[in-house]
Unconditional design. Structure first.
Length: 326
C-alpha cells in the first residue's frame, strides 16, 4: 500500500464520490473545551465512507471479472457501497450479511440490486462462506477492509482531510477515526503520512470490542472474544486485518475506547447541532472528541463521522434519552 494507490483511487472516484464537508458547531466546541471538526462521511453515497472503497475495488476489476460478478461480506455499509458500485459498473453482486444486521441496511442492500445471503455471526464464519461462494460461482471477493483497493479507496477520505485542514486552518494534532477492521483508519493514516504528517490518526472503538486498541498496545493482533451484542454493528469485526494492522501499528497513536451510551449522546448532539444523522458506530469518534478528549492532544480535534445508516428505533432511542439534555 502506498500514496500512489490512494491517488489513483481518487482519480477513479472523481465525479462519482462526494467530497464530504468538514462541519463544526460552537455548541460542540463548548462541550469539548476546544474546536471540534466533523468529517461527515455519513453524507457520502449509500450513507457511509464504504462507497469509496467499494468503487475503488470494483473500478479496478477487468472486464472478465465484471462479467462474472462480485461478492462481499458486511454488516451493511460495505454491502451497500459494493452493491451500488457493482450496479453502476454493470456487475452482479452477492452480499453476505449477519442476520442481526440493522433491517434498513439489509433492505437497502437488496434495493441496490444485490443478492443478500444471511448468516449467524456468532456461530458461522463469514470468511468461509465468502470463499466458498466465490469459488462455486466464480465471483471476485471484495473484502470489507483487508483488501488493497478498498484501503486505497478509504484513503481518499484522508486526502480530503489534509486539504480541508489546510483550507480551514485547523490546528489539530490528531484525527479520531471510527475503527472496525482498520480499512478506513489505515487508509487515512497512509494519506496523512504523505499529505499532512503532523496529523496523527487515533482509532476509536466500543467497549467490549476493542481489538485494535488491545492489538496496538500489545504490538500484535488480538481477537475479540465475542462478535455480537453491540449497537455499534458497523465497526464490529473479529480482529484487525493482516494488511491493515501493520499500517495501524506503524502510523497510528493509541486507541480510544468508548461506551455505547456516549455514542448515543453523540448521535443526539450531531442531530441537534449539525442536523446530521449518525449511526452508533459512525458517531463513536465524535463521542471520543466530546467526552474523552483528555486523551487527545491539540487545540482542535478532527473526528470522522463514518456512517449514518441507523434503524429508526435506535435513532429514536438516542434522541429520547439524550435529545432533551443538549
Amino acid at each position: 500500500m502506498n500514496i500512489e494507490m490512494i491517488e489513483a483511487a481518487a482519480e477513479r472516484l472523481n465525479g462519482h464520490a462526494r467530497v464530504t464537508p468538514m462541519l463544526s458547531s460552537p455548541f460542540l466546541d463548548e462541550i469539548a473545551g476546544r474546536r471540534i471538526f466533523l468529517k461527515t462521511e455519513a453524507l457520502q453515497h449509500t450513507g457511509s465512507f464504504k462507497f469509496r472503497g467499494g468503487w475503488s475495488a470494483v473500478s479496478s476489476l477487468d472486464e472478465v471479472q465484471i462479467e462474472a460478478g462480485v461478492i462481499a461480506f458486511s454488516s451493511g455499509n460495505h454491502a451497500q457501497g459494493v452493491a451500488l458500485a457493482a450496479r453502476e459498473h454493470g456487475a452482479s453482486a452477492v452480499i453476505i450479511m449477519p442476520a442481526d444486521a440493522p433491517e434498513m441496511k439489509i433492505a437497502n442492500t437488496r434495493a441496490l440490486g444485490a443478492e443478500v445471503v444471511l448468516y449467524d455471526r456468532a456461530t458461522e464464519d463469514r470468511d468461509e462462506i465468502g470463499d466458498r461462494l466465490a469459488a462455486e460461482r466464480g465471483l471476485t471477493l471484495i473484502k470489507p477492509f483487508d483488501e488493497p483497493q478498498v484501503i486505497a479507496g478509504q484513503g481518499t477520505c484522508g486526502l480530503e482531510i489534509a486539504h480541508q485542514a489546510r483550507e480551514l486552518r485547523i490546528k489539530a494534532k490528531e484525527v479520531l477515526v471510527c475503527c472496525g477492521g482498520g480499512g478506513l483508519t489505515s487508509g487515512i493514516a497512509l494519506a496523512l503520512q504523505e499529505k499532512a504528517p503532523h496529523l496523527c490518526v487515533r482509532p476509536v472503538e466500543p467497549e467490549g470490542f476493542d481489538d485494535v486498541t488491545r492489538s496496538l498496545a500489545a504490538g500484535e493482533i488480538k481477537r475479540n472474544e465475542k462478535m455480537s451484542g453491540s449497537i455499534c454493528d458497523a465497526i464490529i469485526t473479529p480482529q484487525p486485518g493482516n494488511l491493515t494492522f501493520p499500517i495501524l501499528n506503524r502510523l497510528c497513536g493509541a486507541g480510544i475506547v468508548v461506551p455505547e451510551e456516549d455514542c448515543k449522546r453523540a448521535m443526539a448532539l450531531a442531530f441537534a447541532r449539525l442536523k446530521v444523522v449518525l449511526e452508533p458506530g459512525g458517531a463513536i469518534a465524535l463521542a471520543a472528541a466530546l467526552f474523552h478528549n483528555a486523551q487527545v492532544e491539540g487545540d482542535d480535534i478532527i473526528a470522522v463521522a463514518s456512517g449514518g445508516n441507523v434503524d429508526p428505533e435506535v435513532f429514536q432511542d438516542a434522541l429520547t434519552q439524550y435529545g432533551q439534555t443538549q
